[in-house]
Design a protein around this ligand. Structure first.
Ligand SMILES: [Zn+2]
Length: 377
């Protein structure tokens, strides 16, 4: 009995003793192991730029590296932070801010090449088209209920912002707002101007494939999403005022319409040629309600390359950007877009993007967003 008591006492003391000296050495081991796991000095973080230091919030330690940091805390272990997500975390006060310590490493391979990292106080999610955005609290919970970036809303395109007791966050295809009184409210407001940045190409199918945009507006017999329709109506009126008889030819096309259109092209020209001049169903920009094919009222050079030299084609090439439209499939860019030159196919991206693309001479949306070319499926 006494022996047992002594053993218990001895070991309790030993445990207490080792606990007192453990944190920094344990942290060092864990930080080194994490660094090695990320490829060591030749890996993601590069070589260390100093020794680790401790005494941080909640008993944490940190070591800095050339391209990031590893932070350790008793509750979260050793986790790395780097790149665009790390930058956003630092902008929010890093471990001392609302996010606290990371609870895991960055995880990539999300839809469209996205990554995320989880923290004690929320999450930061990044994609090539939307950048790094914070995701926290009740708004995050609501977004989670729609299946995160895979769901109806897509990726966040803004951070959560709060004023006058209400918070909101914009997503690619909608908005979530929160008030203490009403909780979260989701609106699939597809007219959110910034949501017009959606990229559809041979490597980026619509999600879901049968996606239908919200309210569509009829402009001269073609349907467009209301933001695009409003600007296209102005474009048509100004072209007319300049003496150019431009007409809309084809706007929104449903998945089913595209399916039969594509099938007819395959029938006529074979699959290789069809893929160069027509999108497979679920891959057409026309299904977004943001694309419109234009023509001359007299039909000259309709849907042919020579359209570029006609009054409507020339006027659109000069002026469409002023209304937020781009020539989506420019000449000599098939290796990026996967499509032959289509001087008649206008895509609404909003005036911010169309102006920037023009100012910086960026020929395609893929160039503008620095996303991979999509020459084939
Ligand atoms: Zn088109």
């Amino acid at each position: 009995m006494l022996v047992h008591l002594l053993i218990a006492l001895c070991c309790a003391l030993m445990t207490a003793g080792s606990l007192a000296t453990a944190p920094s050495s344990h942290a060092r081991t864990a930080i080194d192991a994490r660094h090695a796991q990320l490829g060591g000095a030749g890996g993601r973080l590069g070589p260390p730029t100093g020794a680790e230091f401790c005494g941080l919030r909640n008993g944490g330690c940190q070591r800095n590296y050339q391209r990031g940091v590893i932070v350790w805390s008793p509750a979260t272990g050793a986790q790395p932070s780097y790149g665009a997500i790390g930058q956003t975390w630092r902008a929010h006060g890093s471990r001392n801010g609302r996010f606290g310590y990371p609870t895991g490493p960055e995880v990539c391979g999300l839809r469209g090449g996205g990554c995320y990292q989880n923290y004690q106080g929320g999450s930061i999610i990044w994609s090539p088209t939307t950048g790094a955005r914070i995701s926290v609290g009740a708004i995050r919970a609501r977004w989670a209920s729609t299946n995160f970036e895979n769901g109806a809303l897509g990726y966040p395109i803004s951070d959560e912002s709060c004023s006058a007791g209400a918070c909101k966050q914009r997503y690619q295809r909608g908005v979530i707002t929160w008030t203490a009184r009403g909780g979260t409210v989701l609106s699939r407001d597809i007219d959110v101007a910034a949501s017009s940045v959606v990229v559809v190409n041979k490597r980026r199918m619509l999600n879901p494939a049968g996606y239908t945009p919200g309210p569509l507006v009829n402009v001269g017999g073609s349907l467009l999403r209301s933001d695009a329709a409003q600007q296209f109506t102005r474009l048509l009126a100004d072209a007319r005022a300049a003496g150019v008889a431009m007409v809309p030819v084809s706007g929104y096309r449903s998945f089913a319409t595209q399916a039969s259109l594509y099938a007819s092209y395959v029938n006529r020209y074979g699959q290789a040629r069809a893929d160069l001049i027509s999108a497979r169903p679920g891959y057409s920009e026309h299904q977004t309600g943001l694309a419109i094919d234009i023509g001359n009222r007299n039909g000259s050079c309709g849907l042919q390359e020579c359209f570029a030299g006609t009054p409507a084609g020339a006027w659109a090439a000069q002026n469409a950007w002023r209304y937020g439209f781009i020539i989506r499939y420019p000449q000599g860019r098939t290796s990026t877009t996967g499509y032959a030159y289509e001087p008649w196919h206008l895509r609404y991206v909003g005036t911010t993007i169309s102006s920037e693309m023009r100012a910086h001479r960026l020929p395609t949306l893929e160039h503008y967003l620095s996303i991979p070319a999509a020459p084939s499926y």
